[in-house]
Design a protein around this ligand. Structure first.
Ligand code: SF4
Length: 361
């Protein structure tokens, strides 16, 4: 880890019980002179039975439970509130042990429940249309703090015998700037003895951290990749997304081509439409030209959410359809994202921003 990265690392005294993969627990029980099967039991209590304290792990000897309590913290997230939208979307506001706040969303779809998780407290990428970046980056989340969001969501869904069927890593933060924690999180999510979410039902979205797109391509997973492209050329992208000055458009496209060649998988390109900025017919034509290099590309058009601190206005409905039609005429598959949870400020970062304004962190 370099010096810049270490600045953003969490400073918790003890690790969280959720910070470990099954292999980590196997190593821990071995190092502590416990029988190997104890690792599976701990994992089962955390992810299948989903208990809320070490004391509830009743098939572990008391001495082992005491050692776990000595060495690990259990409570990683305290629920400040959860809001339920008319369309079924649920948004959680959680407080971390250092009193920072994060958001997690459950979205209801016809095919199941999708969870949108946060990977950092704030974000330093600085996209000009995003509320999450307004206070800058405070710190990275640990893998356990990311995992705990899904466990909490699943605990709520347990009340109605539902389950988390897919995960999008599109909440607050840039996942590829907290790469190792995100990879560990994914390992636990897909583990058959963990939450057992199918790899193809998980999507990681990046603003374009090019070196980690290459790393991710080499990971050999079936997990989906989404790229927040939001502009069809270098100049406009640099205006909207300062990350483009670090990793220019051409380098991003090259990294995406490497990913497709290496994995044989398609990429979803996220495109937030901002009225009069990047939503004109010529932008759609230009984007189509760029994406011709990706025969299986899919574009997700997102009508931008209004953020009080930002000047952007929504693209009129007809213009959204025109944009979509131009892409499709050029044989680029394009869908328009359904708006969810608009009555509960479900857009990324809005609840946290309100919580911060109220004097909390
Ligand atoms: S859109 Fe994502 S990457 Fe960009 S500032 Fe917001 S949280 Fe960060």
């Amino acid at each position: 880890m370099n010096e810049i990265e270490s600045r953003w690392q969490p400073k918790n005294e003890k690790p969280y019980v959720y910070d470990f993969t099954l292999e980590d627990w196997q190593q821990w029980v071995k190092d502590n002179g416990e029988a190997g099967f104890r690792a599976g039991q701990i994992f089962d209590w955390l992810y299948v039975k989903r208990v809320s304290s070490i004391d509830e792990m009743t098939n572990l000897p008391k001495t082992l439970r005491d050692r776990l309590k000595e060495q690990f913290d259990f409570v990683t997230l305290t629920e400040v509130a959860h809001y339920r939208s008319k369309d079924g979307t649920v948004k959680f506001l959680f407080e971390l042990s250092d009193e920072n706040a994060i958001e997690t969303v459950i979205m209801k779809h016809s095919y199941g429940n999708s969870i949108c998780v946060t990977t950092q407290v704030g974000c330093r990428v600085g996209c000009t249309f995003c509320a999450s970046t307004l206070g800058g980056l405070k710190r990275n989340l640990t893998s356990g703090e990311i995992i705990a969001q899904v466990v909490k969501a699943q605990q709520l869904l347990d009340e109605t015998q539902e389950r988390v069927s897919s995960i999008v890593i599109m909440g607050i933060g840039e996942p590829f700037e907290n790469y190792d924690a995100v990879m560990k999180f994914l390992k636990v999510m897909i583990h058959p003895k963990g939450l057992n979410i199918g790899q193809r039902h998980i999507t990681v979205s990046t603003s374009g951290i090019v070196p980690n797109i290459y790393r991710f391509a080499d990971e050999d997973t079936q997990i989906n990749l989404a790229i927040s492209i939001h502009a069809p050329n270098d100049t406009l992208r640099s205006k909207l997304m300062p990350v483009n000055r670090r990793y220019p458009f051409a380098e991003l496209i090259e990294a995406c081509q490497y990913y497709v060649a290496k994995t044989g998988r398609r990429i979803t390109f996220e495109y937030a439409l901002m009225g009069g900025v990047n939503d004109q017919a010529e932008h759609a034509e230009e984007l189509a030209k760029v994406l011709k290099a990706f025969p299986m590309a899919h574009v997700n058009l997102i009508p931008v959410n209004f953020v009080s601190e930002r000047d952007f206005v929504r693209t009129p409905r007809n213009d959204i359809f025109t944009f979509q039609r131009i892409l499709e005429r050029n044989k680029i598959n394009a869908t328009i994202r359904r708006e969810q949870g608009s009555d509960i400020a479900a857009a990324c970062g809005q609840l946290r921003a309100k919580h911060m304004e109220s004097g909390a962190r």
